[in-house]
Design a protein around this ligand. Sequence first.
Ligand code: OGA
Ligand code: MN
Length: 283
Amino acid sequence: MIKIEPTGESLGATISNVDMANLDQSAFDEIHAAWLEHLVLRFRGQTLDDTSLAAFSRRFGKLDNAPIGRGGDYPIPDRPEITIISNIIEDGKAIGGLGNSEAVWHSDMTYVDMPPKASLLYGMEIPNTGGDTWFCNMYRVYEDLPEAMKTRIAGLRCKHDSTRTSSGSLRTGFAEQYSPEEQPGEDHPLIVRHPETSRQALYLGRRRNAYIVGMSAADSDVLLDEIWDHANASPHSWAQKWAVGDLVLWDNRCTMHRRDGFDDAERRLMHRTQVQGDIRPAT
Ligand code: OGA
Ligand code: MN
């Protein structure tokens, strides 16, 4: 019997009594339903190698491959689905992404036409302090908007910037500055309807370089600041405080996440997978 313990906050649940290596369809269906209900699931005390992490992740859909590194290959060449998130430096080179700095509120890769549905992050080395990952429930953030704001933003689309990571660094191949119209990225409705739950959620991606299509840059910034002030002040968040062996799965369609920074003298190592999206976000 799978055990589901909600965090008591607006999202998140800890799942136990799961045998990940031998997950039958009915156990998977329970996990999937819990995921749609709680948005973020945490499985503690796992011992997963990359093959079992990829196999469990694949139950949720086709996986994206990791971005190709500067060396021209995947981070783990025989497991292209695995991305490394880490501050560890080996032979003068970062073995993974995001370093040790704070990562701002974001959903993953919303700057593409069909953003990922889910990401899974598996904690392998964890610093003693810092590096918590915060999640927020974007259904609740939407529902809490003043009615006048819901009406005002209905039908508006926002351009999602593809040039920078959530820790602020410029991705390779992009310029420092673009005009709002030329900013690389895709636009999506500000209010989206979740394809599986049919619930509406606020869909923000990330703040930096975001632009509301058709507005002047100044008017777009004023409106986005107002919406983001509301999201930043929202009580509908929960922090994952990592332990080695935690596997965390989030629904990228109705949550944002951010990460606290941590001391670079400590090591943090996570292996990560990402489940492909198959439709364009729609209201
Ligand atoms: C990610 C991410 C946060 C973290 O993997 O998409 O934002 O806690 N990670 O490392
Ligand atoms: Mn992320």
